[in-house]
Design a protein around this ligand. Structure first.
Ligand SMILES: CC(C)(COP(=O)(O)OP(=O)(O)OC[C@H]1O[C@@H](n2cnc3c(N)ncnc32)[C@H](O)[C@@H]1OP(=O)(O)O)[C@@H](O)C(=O)NCCC(=O)NCCS
Length: 149
């Protein structure tokens, strides 16, 4: 498996961009960005890393650098056929080492998202707060996590 990090505007990333929007729609139904949103966010300093098995895109991670040594996870998704083999773990490790060495990473996640909560807790993230009924469609609490890197 290899990791790639993507710089610059979304429309310069290559002809695999459709794979990314399709994988995101599979992983995060109802929350996926369209190409215009990817373009806008790529211009607003969000960072994206992707994981590949051969020519196949199997995972993505988007994060926001917040300041020296700090970052916030925006979204992560892994191809359902390639889960539980460490793809998300590898993407998080990349973010922690590249953007937040000796700093901290923050994120929020739906309380009922068992798989994501499992991922973050086993990767050393600590729960630091709850935002009651923060999410809609469906209503759910947001759990806030932090990791000192
Ligand atoms: C959450 C998600 C990204 C995890 O990806 P993944 O590549 O399968 O995760 P990894 O293989 O790196 O798992 C690392 C550890 O996280 C935990 N974990 C992962 N999936 C889990 C699950 N379904 N239930 C409980 N723990 C889980 C485990 O401890 C796992 O280690 P193990 O397999 O050795 O037990 C993936 O399930 C996904 O894409 N879900 C849909 C999108 C989503 O909810 N994203 C988060 C909100 S943006």
């Amino acid at each position: 498996m290899i990791l790639r990090e993507h710089l610059g505007p979304f429309d310069t990333w290559g002809d695999w961009r459709g794979q990314l929007t399709q994988l995101e729609a599979t992983c995060l139904p109802g929350e996926a960005w369209d190409e215009a949103q990817w373009q806008q966010f790529s211009l607003n300093s969000l960072k994206t890393a992707t994981a590949w098995m051969g020519q196949k895109l199997v995972g993505f991670l988007v994060w926001q650098p917040l300041g020296p040594g700090e970052a916030e996870v925006i979204k992560v998704g892994v191809d359902p056929q390639t889960r539980r083999v460490g793809v998300a773990k590898m993407l998080l490790n990349h973010l922690e080492q590249s953007t937040a060495p000796n700093g901290r990473v923050l994120l929020e996640v739906r309380a009922n998202n068992t798989e994501a909560n499992g991922l973050y807790q086993t990767q050393g993230y600590q729960k630091i707060g709850v935002r009651k009924s923060y999410y809609r469609h469906p209503v759910d609490d947001a759990l806030l996590f932090e990791k000192q890197t």
